[in-house]
Design a protein around this ligand. Structure first.
Ligand SMILES: Cc1cc2nc3c(=O)[nH]c(=O)nc-3n(C[C@H](O)[C@H](O)[C@H](O)COP(=O)(O)O)c2cc1C
Length: 397
């Protein structure tokens, strides 16, 4: 089992402080090709044909998003790179920003050219403030070399809120407002930042763009599974001997990543996709990692047999309740109610009816919350009730 480095191709190879090493490895050749040999429509067609889907969690087709923004009326459009990386257990975007800012800048520049945006923003997680200077340095060098004549790229720093990684709250945050989710529709490609057409893409999504443009959609298309093209960068942590960032072809089995690469032993379960991700018990560890099965933003947190599932779910829910933006009642009240109930199980004071309440509350939150936070917050609860029900029943007073 080995890695396939497409997104991470330049990481720990180039010098992220100097553009020259990037230029020797085809740096900015894709942008040149996109500007000189392709129309914006052709770029979008290429991205669509590649099958690239968003790497930030939701898996929305990238080319389709760009097309909607390109076709939306108006001269003022924006590209936003989502570098908030607030998901619990994710650190792959940090690794990319640290080691290869130039590919990201090239990806943003191509996206801006394709949709007709003159301004791009990188929304940087507050905790990544230490990366600010090196990102500014990389942008300045690209500008000095004349690669950013069609677009300005600026950085906006977050203030430490998980929900600001959610695209509509992120735009409110850039606009200087309190980060709260927006009602949708309208969606960002038609009405986004300051009401203008906007595309928001994850760091890793944009990292794929230069190579898709240079090597063509059919090259990219051959990698991965039917509905999950390319590779995925995973952040692996928890009870493993070799935690870290791994890039694998989509469709690789969870078992290979966790046991063969990260060297986990005596696994009880794996949380795939962070706080609101799926819980995979060990007997399902052969599951493939893809959009068709399980994926999220690629956070892989491994728990061995010494871990208590109720403890994990309880703490996760405490985090989500703390981070709920509070705009909609199902999420604001639902996460708090779940913390209260899970707390009872944690203290072995659960009641028979609590399990039913957890199930009913879960489906209400999934159906009626405004954004992905509240909609997905119940997942650890429903998954643990499905796979580790005994752990709950044993804690009924
Ligand atoms: C609560 C919440 C937090 C999110 N945090 C992030 C994040 O940190 N980074 C990210 O790229 N997407 C995050 N997303 C997903 C974004 O809303 C959006 O789908 C994504 O940035 C789109 O980019 P992509 O299509 O390239 O994946 C989050 C979503 C939710 C509901």
């Amino acid at each position: 089992m080995s890695e396939k480095r497409i997104v991470l191709k330049n990481c720990e190879v180039i010098d992220p402080r100097h553009i020259t090493t990037y230029l020797t490895r085809d740096g900015f050749r894709a942008l040149e090709k996109a500007q000189k040999e392709m129309t914006p429509e052709e770029i979008i067609e290429e991205v669509k044909a590649s099958g690239l889907r968003g790497r930030g969690g939701a898996g929305f087709p990238c080319g389709l998003k760009w097309e909607l923004a390109r076709n939306a009326p108006g001269d003022e459009k924006y590209v936003i790179c989502n570098a908030d990386e607030g998901e619990v257990g994710t650190f792959k975007d940090r690794y990319i920003l640290q080691n290869d800012p130039f590919t990201l800048i090239e990806g943003i520049a191509i996206a801006a050219h394709a949709i007709g945006a003159k301004q791009g923003y990188i929304y940087l997680r507050a905790e990544y403030h230490h990366l600010l200077d090196s990102l500014v340095n990389a942008i300045d060098q690209a500008k000095e070399r004349g690669f950013l004549q069609h677009v300005d790229i600026d950085i906006r720093e977050g203030a430490g809120a998980y929900v600001c990684g959610e695209e509509s709250a992120l735009m409110d945050s850039i606009e200087g407002k309190r980060g709260e989710v927006r009602y949708r529709p309208p969606f960002p490609p038609t009405k986004g930042l300051w009401g203008k057409p906007t595309i928001i893409n994850n760091v890793e999504t944009l990292m794929n763009i230069p190579q898709i443009i240079l090597n063509g959609a059919s090259w990219f298309n051959q990698i991965g599974t039917e509905r999950s093209k390319g590779t995925k960068v995973f952040s692996v942590s928890g009870d493993v001997k070799r935690p870290g960032v791994y890039e694998l072809v989509l469709g690789t089995r969870l078992k290979e990543l966790v046991e063969e690469l990260a060297l986990a032993e005596k696994v009880k379960m794996v949380q795939v996709g962070g706080a609101t991700g799926r819980l995979v018990p060990y007997d399902m560890i052969d599951t493939a990692l893809s959009f068709e099965t399980i994926l999220g933003a690629g956070a892989i947190t491994v728990f061995d047999q010494s871990r208590d599932v109720i403890d994990i779910v309880y703490r996760t829910m405490e985090f989500l309740a703390e981070e709920s933006c509070g705009k909609c009642a199902p999420c604001r009240e639902g996460t708090e109610a779940m913390v209260e109930i899970l707390g009872r199980f944690f203290r072995s004071e659960g009641m028979e009816k609590d399990i039913r309440v957890l199930e009913e509350l879960s489906s209400a939150m999934m159906l009626s919350s405004l954004c992905g936070l509240g909609q997905a917050a119940p997942i650890p609860v429903t998954d643990s009730l499905q796979y580790f029900r005994n752990d709950y029943e044993n804690r009924i007073k």
